[in-house]
Design a protein around this ligand. Sequence first.
Ligand SMILES: [Zn+2]
Length: 329
Amino acid sequence: MDHCGILMENGLPCDREVMNGEIYCIFHLPNKQGHQIEEFREAFNGLINNLREKKSELYDFSYFDIPIDLDLGETPTLIFNKAVIRGEINSKVNKEGFFETWLNKIDCQYTVFENKVNFSGVIFKDQVNFSGATFNDAVEFTGDRFEKEVDFSSTIFKGRVFFFENHYKEKASFHFAKFMEETKFVGQTFYKDTDFRFSVFDKDINFGHIIFGKDADYSQIKFNLAVRFYKIYCLGKMEFYSTDFFGGAVFLNYYPQTLVDFTESTFHEQFILKRGKRGLQGLPISDDQYDLKYPFLILQLATFKKPETVVISGFPLSKTSFICFVDYH
Ligand SMILES: [Zn+2]
């Protein structure tokens, strides 16, 4: 029997046997059809049972072409690098809706998710890496706890994206990510730095009810439609250096505590920046943090294409730095 034609990350070929008349094994054969799908299901279940029996610390599904739905339970390290997952992914959610699933390290670099993905109610106990992955359908992360770094750098989200009520204990990176449909980040708590640099948002974006415990970097982003930031509390710097706001940019109940920097950013449409009066009810922060501070507001070399729509309130001029380009048409 010939061996499967896939070269693994370590440069060695996959040592499984090829399927009849094919050059790949059942796991690596792309675009499985008909009986091949059932054959895969059987082989995959067998593989998982085998790994469980051996108490394996690592489930390596690199380069797999997975035509079936996956239910994720408590697992050791999961590797889906460069895999194609054509079924849906559903984490197991308990009756209360939260924290049924515990995942250790999950590595999905350059993985392609063809179908809906729902990683809700998950405690990710180790690093989570989706860098370079492509989500071709909707993605939901609700009620998750990321105990270690999360990496969505260069990830492509082609469907709707919903991040709701999540906690990030370590750095969260979305740099160079591309969000092609409506995207919502609501009720997020980032304990460490957050990095959205160079990301691109094609549709309406909402960032609401968010606590940034450290710096949040939104530099060199392209917001191609409207973006709304509301009920935002940031203890570190909030940077929007050289970011393009092609649609309206609205910041309401906005409470950065140190510095907001819009240097060299361009506002093509409406720009509203308001601290607001209602404070931060609804955000899970302790009372002593309600001693809200006025941040420095930097608008140097920012360009306002529609200056008649600009409203800034609640930010004292003594801490504001202007040298702006106003583009009258
Ligand atoms: Zn193979």
